[in-house]
Structure formats: C-alpha cells, structure tokens
Design a protein around this ligand. Structure first.
Ligand code: KG4
Ligand code: ZN
Length: 363
C-alpha cells in the first residue's frame, strides 16, 4: 500500500505514539483518514492511589508499547515498513511517561529509516478534529477556532489561528485540572476512581441548583488578570467542607445533589470562559477535547450556550477526545502536508512544552 494506492484516501501514512499520561496510544492515519487507534490504559493500576502515579504510568507504558504498536499496525492493515513518518508526543506531560514514547519513536524511526515528527500533546488534541472516527475521509480543522481541552492532566484554552503554525495559549488552570477535581470530589463522596464518570452518573438524579458552589476566577477582580484561566481547587475544598459539615452534624449527605451541583459549577465555568474567549476574539468556533468532554452536562451546556452565542461547536468522537496516538499521527500528517521538515533526533521529553511549540526540533 502506498500514497498512490488510495483505497484509504490520500496523504502521508503516519504512525503516532502518545505516552504523556496514563494512556499508551498508537494510532495510524493516512492524511486525514483514520486507519487505527489503539489504546492501552494503566488507569486501573492508579485506582487505589486516587490519581495517576507517574512511576507506575511510565512502567506501564514500557510494558504496553510493543503490544499496542503491533495491534495498531494489524488493525490498520499496513506493513510497518510502508509508513512515511513517525510522530510522537514530546510534551507536555509526565516526564518519565513521555520518555518511553520518545525513546520508542526514535528507535522506530532509526530502524525503519523514516522521518520523525516530535509534536505538542495539546495541539494534538486539536489535530484530532481532522479525523473521522468512523474511518471516513476527514477534513482540515476550520480556523480560527478556540479550543477547550479538559482532562485529568490539563485544562487549557487555546486560540488556534493555524494548526501547524499559529497556536496561542489564552489561559489554563492555575491549580487542579478539571478532571482531577472530578476525581478528588468523587473521593470525598466515596465514589471510585476515575471519578468523572461516577459523578456524572450520580449527578443525573440530583438537583444542580441544590447547592451554589463557587465558580473559580469569575469575580470581576479575578477576570482582570485571569479572564481565561481556571481554578478548581477552591471548589474542591468547598465541596469537601460542605460534606464534612453535614457529616459532623450527623446528617446524611445528599450525594446526588452534591454531585449535580459540583458538576454544574465545573461545566458552567468551563463553557462560560470558552465562549467568552470566542466572543472576545471574534472567533465563531469552539472545539472541545480531553476526557472531561465525556461529561453529559459539559456537553449539554456547550451545545446550548454555543447555539445561543452563534458559535459553531465541534466535539470529536470520544475515542479521539481522550488521549490517543491517532491525534498525534494526524498532527504529524498535517505538518508533513504543510511541507514541514522532520525533527532532529536530539529532542527529548519536555514536561512543560508550551503550546506555541507545535513541533519541536524541526530540522
Ligand atoms: O483525557 P483523559 O482520558 O486522560 C487523562 O487525563 O489522562 O481524561 C481522564 C479524565 C479523568 O480525570 C476522568 O475523571 C475525567 O477525564 N472524566 C470525566 C468523565 N469521564 C472522564 N470527567 C467528568 N465527567 C465524565 N463523564
Ligand atoms: Zn490530553
């Protein structure tokens, strides 16, 4: 199979490797067409700690990488020798975890004699939007767009003027990530890890207006400096205090109401700030990414308020929203199609890589 044999569409055949957090992802794309998206998660190993343990994640990546790679290649129905390039997440993320993917990608690129593209994880989330999860032909990311990326590891608001050359960080969390807040509040409520899906489930039977929990960084004085930044640690503490007071008074905790009110506070602040960014910058598009996008209320509020604001909302399939290798491959393919040179092999894992570095160590 080659680029001319276009039974799967056109464009370069790129294999992407993602290991920035607890998902070992290997994905294969041809241009904007998704061929495979294989993920191994070490989530269960972190469950008893209530959050991702970096060392555990790194070791799990080491164990999972080769089998995940084999499955991705088999699912795509390609020969590894036929790939045109390898793409890998260089950062941001957990150092030890990133290093596993970076090392594997370099070894693969060297042994196959293929070019290597070291890319930014957050921009990869935006790149996921070029793919169609059903495997149909994708399409370019419509720009400019604001992107709200919310997961257990990040909560970032980006202004994307061009996917491969112009991405700006508008704001991010100054403490916990939104997913982390879900996980911690779930713990307070005695729900298992990961907490997001659990809170979503019990919140369905609760009243979102039962308790007015604080919306972080939304007061006028906060908006001056932190208009597009987020803070969830005060909210988490407020929920914990509220629950403690009930327990101390010997009263039953209305778990569904607490979950629904907490979920409402998170969804409200996320969508309010994302749409403010769209309106302030005259950008009529909002793209969502990250595992928290699975949240029913986040999606519902996004759909409703985007429509009211005249903003077009894009939410990729959930399999492309959570961390995955296909989004990294897709961004690599976009760089190649834009004529970008590959990365030098002397780059490393960069846990704090800024979003402005869409690709690192370009030749
Ligand atoms: O993108 P993701 O799979 O990867 C990492 O952050 O590693 O996101 C996982 C996060 C977890 O914190 C989880 O609790 C949260 O996304 N999450 C949710 C939901 N599903 C997953 N948060 C809120 N509501 C959900 N339905
Ligand atoms: Zn991510």
């Amino acid at each position: 199979m080659n680029a001319q044999n276009s039974s799967h569409g056109d464009g370069p055949l790129v294999l992407g490797i993602e290991t920035s957090c607890d998902e070992t992802g290997v994905g294969i794309v041809r241009g904007t067409t998704l061929l495979s998206n294989t993920i191994a998660s070490s989530m269960e190993e972190h469950a008893r700690y209530g959050g991702v343990v970096p060392e555990v994640a790194a070791r799990a990546h080491l164990e999972a990488l080769t089998p995940t790679l084999r499955t991705a290649v088999a699912d795509a129905g390609i020969d590894l020798a036929d790939v045109d390039a390898i793409a890998v997440t260089s950062g941001p993320g957990l150092s030890g975890a990133l290093m596993v993917g970076v090392g594997a990608a370099k070894a693969l690129a060297l042994s196959l004699r293929k070019p290597l593209y070291a890319v930014n994880h957050l921009v990869g989330h935006v790149g996921a939007d070029v793919l169609d999860a059903a495997g149909g032909p994708g399409h370019p990311v419509e720009v400019p767009t604001v992107a709200l990326l919310v997961s257990g590891g990040h909560t970032s608001l980006l202004l994307v003027r061009d996917l491969v050359s112009d991405v700006e960080l508008l704001g991010e969390t100054i403490d916990d990530a939104a997913g982390e807040a879900f996980d911690k509040v779930a713990r307070v409520l005695g729900l298992p890890y990961p907490g997001g899906p659990q809170i979503d489930r019990v919140a369905a039977d609760g009243d979102p207006r039962a308790i007015r929990f604080p919306r972080g960084l939304t007061k006028p004085k906060d908006l001056e400096r932190h208009r597009y930044d987020f803070s969830f640690s005060g909210l988490k503490t407020a929920v914990a205090r509220w629950v403690e007071q009930r327990q101390d008074a010997g009263e039953e905790v209305p778990v569904a109401d607490v979950a629904a009110s907490f979920r409402e506070a998170v969804a409200d602040v996320l969508i309010t700030k994302a749409l403010a960014a769209c309106l302030d910058h005259g950008v009529p598009r909002l793209l969502l990414g990250g595992g928290v996008v699975a949240n029913a209320r986040v999606r519902q509020l996004a759909v409703q308020r985007a429509a009211e604001a005249g903003v077009t909302l894009r939410i990729p399939a959930l399999s492309l929203c959570t961390d995955n290798g296909a989004m990294i491959a897709a961004l690599g393919a976009q760089l190649i199609m834009a004529g970008r040179a590959p990365s030098r092999l002397d780059f490393g894992a960069d846990s704090t890589l800024p979003v402005t570095d869409i690709q690192v160590a370009a030749l």
